[in-house]
Write a protein that binds this ligand. Structure first.
Ligand code: PLP
Length: 265
């Protein structure tokens, strides 16, 4: 009789979104939907709905470390996704946590601004994420405006400009970069996946929906879940993209709030 395979344990280190579309809530639903066991360390509370963020309350850095250490004292984590890091002190703390105990896979979504335009991370926090966290993760998943901020460059407007930015993103120190092309104009929204070995385009149709709140969080947590399940990185990213497309189609059936509705996890 073959042994029952163990269910992978996945962790999100991110901010809370009470509306359930983004942040911790999106990550936990995504991890569960993809057959992994979901755990979380909360870095910040936000007060938000589908129309915007009215407040942010960062969790004290020492208590973020306490959440992480207490959890990992007991639970073996296969992969971790990092989302909202509100400021420098939080970035320093998360780096120290990962230096003490590093799960096999670490994915960083360099969250900066919500779709509503509300700022989630201050300038010092962005600089700290670039200097302290990017070099110690396996994969970063910036969208085009985030990549431009990370590099102090212009936002790419076409696929040539995306390709030109990739080596500079890799120089920041993460061995793999998924540069998401969703902000390009046009029918297609290709993403560019790159490493020192080369790069490839991952095509996807543009799904016409207003319900995009949390799409970025959801993609990075889906990649993390697939990695935790033992998939190679390229196929983890491909499967996560297919799953996000299905989630975006399904979001049309949701009736959540009057603003930018959430992705259906
Ligand atoms: N709120 C939190 C806590 C988040 O982590 C994120 C992630 O990017 C957002 C809001 C923004 O979500 P969106 O840009 O999809 O609206």
């Amino acid at each position: 009789m073959s042994a029952t395979p163990r269910i992978a344990n996945v962790l999100t280190i991110a901010g809370s979104d009470p509306s359930g579309g983004a942040g911790i809530q999106a990550d936990l639903k995504t991890f569960s939907a993809l057959g992994t066991y979901a755990t979380s360390v909360i870095t910040a509370l936000t007060a938000q709905n589908t129309r915007g963020v009215s407040g942010v309350q960062p969790v004290p850095a020492a208590f973020i470390a306490e959440q992480f250490d207490t959890l990992l004292d007991d639970v073996a984590i296969d992969a971790v996704k990092i989302g909202m890091i509100a400021g420098r002190e939080v970035a320093e703390t998360v780096r120290e946590c990962l230096q003490r105990r590093r799960p096999r896979w670490v994915v960083l979504d360099p969250v900066m601004v919500a779709k509503s335009g509300d700022i989630l991370v201050d300038d010092e926090g962005i600089q700290a994420v670039r200097e302290l966290l990017v070099p110690c993760v396996d994969l970063i998943t910036p969208n085009l405006p985030e990549a431009a901020v990370l590099l102090d460059a212009d936002t790419p407007r076409d696929s040539d400009a995306m390709q030109a930015l990739l080596p500079r993103l890799l120089e920041l120190g993460a061995p793999h970069v998924l540069l998401k092309g969703g902000h390009l104009d046009g029918e297609r929204c290709p993403d560019l996946l790159g490493s020192a070995e080369g790069s490839s385009w991952l095509e996807a149709e543009r799904i016409a929906t207003r319900n995009l709140h949390g799409a970025g969080c959801t993609l990075s947590s889906a990649i993390t879940a697939h990695l935790a399940r033992g998939e190679p990185l390229v196929s983890a990213v491909q499967h996560a993209k297919v799953w996000l497309s299905q989630a975006l189609h399904a979001s049309e059936r949701l009736s959540v709030g009057r603003g930018r509705g959430p992705v259906h996890h």
